[in-house]
Design a protein around this ligand. Structure first.
Ligand code: 5GP
Length: 191
């Protein structure tokens, strides 16, 4: 998606360790025009895929997942990193290693949020090593539902997550696919 690539070039910041900072438009301050356009793009990619629900993980996946849910007309579930008092009953649980915080989280979804008859589109802001999405796929498979595909705003193709899922036959769509990033800030995209 050209608009997102241009915004990454203009306002993204490459941090040491292969991290792209996009807090000025994607996951701290949110450019709602760009968010709506990204959601429309995801909706057009998945309009015929029979999606019944979207699953994401808190916190930075929620905005794009909610916008895509509105565009597709389906509900959105977000996996929680902490069991809070308003989570009732039994849960599906998995462990996700956070790339940006270098920490393991026990991630949960209340069982009645996912149904075996669901066809789930999994959405996140970034795909890097694939730990977050692997955990979300695990939660879907625990529920007996089907994964329709995985859609992310940004895939860092120099990290192995995307290729791992494609090799398993999982559909992966990225609105911007970064081929390489250098520490001095040069970013190239996969065409
Ligand atoms: P993975 O689990 O695929 O290694 O990493 C994906 C998760 O880590 C996403 O949920 C995202 O929030 C975060 N993440 C990974 N790489 C980046 C990055 O370069 N920039 C930002 N802002 N977040 C990232």
């Amino acid at each position: 998606m050209r608009q997102l690539e241009e915004r990454i070039i203009t306002d993204g910041k490459v941090l040491p360790g292969g991290v792209l900072k996009v807090g000025s438009f994607l996951n701290h301050c949110i450019d709602t025009k760009l968010l709506g356009d990204m959601a429309a793009e995801i909706a057009s990619l998945y309009k015929d895929a029979g999606v019944t629900k979207i699953l994401t993980i808190e916190a930075s996946g929620i905005a794009i997942a909610a916008a895509a849910g509105m565009a597709l007309g389906v509900p959105v579930v977000f996996a929680k990193k902490h069991r809070t008092t308003n989570v009732e009953g039994s849960v599906y649980m998995t462990i996700i290693h956070s790339f940006t915080h270098n920490e393991d989280y026990h991630v949960i979804v209340q069982r009645d949020c996912l149904d075996a008859s669901d066809k789930i589109l999994i959405i996140d802001d970034f795909l890097a090593n694939g730990s977050a999405l692997r955990g979300l796929i695990d939660l879907v498979s625990q529920s007996g539902a089907e994964v329709a595909g995985v859609a992310v705003c940004v895939e860092k193709c120099f990290q192995p997550g995307g290729d791992e899922f494609r090799a398993k036959g999982i559909r992966v769509d990225a609105l911007a696919s970064i081929e390489s990033m250098t520490d001095d800030g040069r970013i190239t995209f996969r065409s």
